[in-house]
Write a protein that binds this ligand. Structure first.
Ligand code: AN7
Length: 363
């Protein structure tokens, strides 16, 4: 590998094959894959103008097999669980972890049990988990207490916990940092992403540091974590009892990876920023309308935080920035515009539609 500027170890697709040397892969680890990872890093000049920086990329993690970044860590966690002989995995989830756990359990031929806060998970994510054959259990509580139950159960019973407190999840998610560096040739100046349970920000920071230690990069990014204002424990510095935001994926009041998330922000000279639901929804719409990238509202919290940071003079307009858009827009489309929001229906005639559009007639 010496002399190479990239850590990719295989042309095969999937996180376990591509970054085997950076993952806890042994000869006994099943080569599980849904061809996750290798997601687009898209230059977004029109979004950059809106955010207020000269160079911006979106790492579109919604392009993973189940539509979120969770697949990168889940493939590793499930492969390692199967390697140890596990037959059942379990997670608590705001939705995306559940969909991913269910898919990889199906792929591995084992069972997934997902604990979901009742009425607080986007419908498409529940549909995904059920379609993949997971056993879904609704709990009358929020995510934080559901995670307590999952931890209690997996400590006592023969079930493997695949929430991001599982270190294999973090190791797998770090591959997104490797990919960004492999494409850019070095780390970006700033990486902005949404933060809920704190696993992903911890994974990125671990990944960027590891790549620099391996000699593939020369610098480390400033890491900016976006939290919804109503669910911003890491901004406030204390847990939030009843987190409240439209960004349901990050409606988390007691992040499980608190210490490592804080370390990522402070060691990188970054910070956590609270953004309002209005800022999140505005960023969500701008990402789609300016660049043709449809992410879920929670995913846009990093974009909103970056724009807010530039406006506050905390991030330089000259910085090369990457925003991680963590999940696909089709997963949580309730805040997307609908046909009913448009003007009233027209008569089904060529003339009526042409007149409404003000089209110029062919000569
Ligand atoms: C789209 O699925 O916690 O800070 O249970 O779905 O690593 O928690 C989802 C989190 C960002 C936050 N963006 O990442 C779950 C869950 C999206 C997410 C996050 C989540 P972490």
């Amino acid at each position: 590998m010496t002399g190479s500027t990239r850590g990719v170890t295989s042309d095969e697709r999937g996180v376990l094959a591509r970054y085997a040397s950076f993952l806890p892969v042994t000869p006994a680890t099943p080569r599980l894959s849904l061809q996750e990872g290798d997601t687009p890093l898209i230059a977004v000049p029109r979004l950059a103008a809106w955010v207020g920086v000269s160079e911006l990329f979106v790492k579109f993690e919604g392009m993973n097999p189940t539509g979120s970044f969770k697949d990168r860590g889940m493939v590793v966690a499930v492969a390692k669980a199967v390697e140890r002989g596990a037959r059942t995995i379990m997670c608590a989830s705001t939705g995306n972890t559940a969909a991913s756990a269910a898919a990889y359990a199906a792929r591995a031929g084992i069972t997934a049990v997902v604990l979901l806060p009742r009425g607080k998970v986007a419908g498409a994510k529940v549909s995904q988990a059920l379609a993949y054959g997971a056993r879904a259990i609704a709990l009358d509580t929020g995510f934080d207490a559901a995670l307590d139950v999952a931890r209690g159960l997996t400590a006592r019973y023969m079930v493997e916990l695949v929430n991001s407190v599982n270190p294999h999840r973090i190791a797998g998610q770090a591959t997104a940092a490797y990919e960004i560096c492999d494409i850019l040739g070095d780390a970006p100046d700033v990486l902005a992403l949404p933060v809920g349970n704190g696993g992903n920000i911890s994974a990125y920071w671990a990944g960027f540091r590891r790549y620099r230690e391996a000699g593939y990069t020369t610098s480390l990014p400033v890491i900016l974590g976006g939290q919804a204002a109503g669910a911003a424990p890491l901004v406030l510095g204390h847990p939030v009892e009843s987190p409240d935001t439209i960004a349901s994926a990050i409606r988390i009041g007691r992040p499980a990876s608190w210490e490592t998330a804080v370390a990522a922000a402070t060691e990188s000279h970054g910070e956590f920023r609270a953004v309002t639901d209005a800022q999140i929804l505005e960023a969500y719409r701008e990402v789609a309308r300016r660049e043709g990238i449809f992410c879920e509202p929670s995913s846009a919290a990093g974009v909103a935080a970056l724009r807010d940071s530039v406006a506050a003079g905390r991030t330089s307009a000259d910085a090369t920035c990457v925003c991680v858009c963590t999940g696909h827009g089709l997963k949580d489309a309730q805040f997307a515009p609908g046909l009913d929001d448009q003007a009233a229906p027209l008569p089904a005639t060529v003339e009526a539609v042409a007149a409404a559009l003000g089209l110029a007639e062919r000569s």
